[in-house]
Design a protein around this ligand. Structure first.
Ligand code: AHR
Length: 504
């Protein structure tokens, strides 16, 4: 059996764990909102029409921030349509997802839901079909306490207190030709900069996100970030990154190595942002908001199978992925990679939360359940606390068709000095072979194993369903043990593991 080892030392810290890395995303897409988080009349719905079963799962998932209302949806959205008396709200076509938008759920409903879910909102604004004026109107409506036309309208609409939204996305994927109002980097950079400047005149403490590339494979990747940041460097805090991965045929090894691509993506965006900072002679750092990431079988959507509906309907079933064991291991690995870059990836949103490309599934008038990908996210959000440590990994190479030779393992560890606890998360990327894993923990004393779980299965296609919602769950690690202060375990092929250690 192959051997792999990581060395963990509390002296080598990347950065404190930033809770915003455990963010998610609610878009008016498919059934994420309607019959996802919002279903008046559902047996578990509260007086606001929010599904209680879904809210419970959102809290269990450990989501910290939620981006809203899109995504591609936001680039054609009029936020005014979604506020005020519901009976007066217009029904519109949403060209992004070919649906009918009833606008029965909008900004104030989302903010009420976010409060109940105990998540921080991250609001995206439309810089596709709209611009500066609508952006500052939205800001005034949402955040100004009272005494102006827009803030008083909010109060009249039932939201007495200002929403106090801190994080704002300046548009969505403006580099993509599919985006309503798609722009060149030059055009978008100017618009984002003028919008950001105006927003800061209202409140200089806002945290603003400029659109980066919608994938590392975009032909404009790199140049886009550089041009956009030349315009916006002084007025934004983040540049966004988006990435989705999917299994191609039977190439399990490349799929399991998806986080290698994410890792390269992060390094290249950081290098580009820092290059712009150098050119501008700025000591400021612009960090990454990785505000869309996940496994997504986008190929099916693009090819028309299970894709966008022919007819315009309300909340159709769009991209309702049934995630497998393999998908969950990849999601665990992507989250490990985001956390490993805690010094520069300071916000992230998994896309999306419910039904559409989601961790949680729900049926209209029916139950809600956890998908396989729910589990690594929930456990990492719960147990990755304190500081992210800079590990030393000594692992054999795994050959992959897409990324060449990659390390067999993907791993991150956190150390919570207050709790006296180390959490180690590790993925074995080898689709066929187990690996013997050990850790060096010489800097710690009194090491004890508190918990060890593994997500793996002989059937990598197994998934959770309405009828069998717990088919894929993490199980106790059969072989994990601490001996003479060192952890050792056998990691099954294509597996995600978590080890919690008590230390002194
Ligand atoms: O999350 C689904 C979609 O993916 C978003 O609407 C868009 O921003 C991205 O292309």
């Amino acid at each position: 059996m192959q051997q792999a080892r990581v060395s963990i030392d509390p002296a080598f810290v990347v950065a404190p764990v930033n809770r915003r890395v455990f963010g998610s995303f609610v878009e008016h897409m498919g059934r994420c909102v309607y019959t996802g988080i919002f279903e008046p009349g559902h047996a578990t719905a509260d007086d606001d029409g929010f599904r209680g079963d879904v809210l419970d799962l959102v809290r269990e998932l450990g989501v910290t921030t939620v981006r809203y209302p899109g995504g591609n949806f936001v680039s054609g959205y009029k936020w005014e349509d979604g506020v005020g008396p519901v009976e007066d709200r217009p029904t519109r076509l949403d060209p992004a997802w070919r649906t009918i938008e009833t606008n029965t759920f909008g900004l104030n409903e989302f903010m009420a839901w976010a409060k109940k879910a105990d998540v921080e909102p991250m609001m995206a604004m439309n810089l596709g079909t709209r611009g500066l004026q609508e952006a500052i109107d939205l800001l005034e409506y949402a955040n100004h306490p009272q005494g102006t036309a827009l803030s008083d309208a909010r109060i009249e609409h039932g939201a007495k207190e200002p929403h106090g939204i801190r994080m704002w996305c300046l548009g969505n994927e403006m580099d993509g030709p599919w985006q309503l109002g798609h722009k060149t980097a030059e055009e978008y950079g100017r618009l984002a900069a003028e919008t950001a400047r105006a927003m800061r005149q209202f409140d200089p403490t806002l945290e603003l996100v400029a659109c980066g590339s919608s994938s590392r494979t975009m032909p404009t990747f790199g140049a886009w970030e550089a041009t956009v940041l030349e315009h916006t460097y002084d007025v934004v805090d983040y540049i966004s990154a988006h990435a989705y991965y999917q299994l191609d045929g039977t190439d399990h090894a490349s799929f399991l190595a998806s986080s290698v691509d994410m890792d390269r993506f992060i390094h290249q965006v950081v290098a580009t942002a820092d290059h712009v900072g150098a050119r501008l002679q700025s000591d400021k750092k612009v960090n990454i908001s990785f505000d869309e990431w996940n496994v997504w079988y986008l190929r099916e959507l693009q090819s028309g199978q299970g894709g966008l509906p022919e007819d315009w309907t309300v909340a159709p079933r769009t991209s309702e992925e049934a995630y497998t064991v393999l998908d969950a291991v990849v999601v665990g690995s992507l989250l490990i990679t985001l956390l490993r870059h805690a010094d520069r990836v300071t916000a992230a949103s998994q896309a999306q939360l419910v039904n559409t490309i989601s961790s949680i599934r729900s049926e209209p008038n029916g139950p809600a359940w956890r998908q396989s990908i729910f589990h690594p996210f929930a456990l990492m959000s719960k147990h990755a606390t304190g500081e992210v440590l800079d590990l030393r990994l000594d692992a054999p190479a795994l050959p992959t068709a897409k990324y060449g030779d990659v390390p067999l393992l993907d791993s991150v560890a956190t150390y919570d000095a207050g709790e006296g606890r180390v959490a180690v998360f590790v993925v074995n990327r080898d689709p066929a072979q187990a690996v013997s894993f050990s850790t060096g923990l010489r800097a710690f004393t009194g090491v004890e194993l508190l918990e060890a779980v593994v997500l793996a299965d002989d059937d990598l296609t197994a998934a959770n369903t309405q009828d069998d919602p717990d088919r894929v769950v993490p199980r106790p690690h059969p072989s994990a043990a601490v001996t003479d202060g060192a952890l050792a375990a056998e990691l099954p092929p294509a597996s995600w593991s978590m080890f919690l250690l008590g230390v002194q």
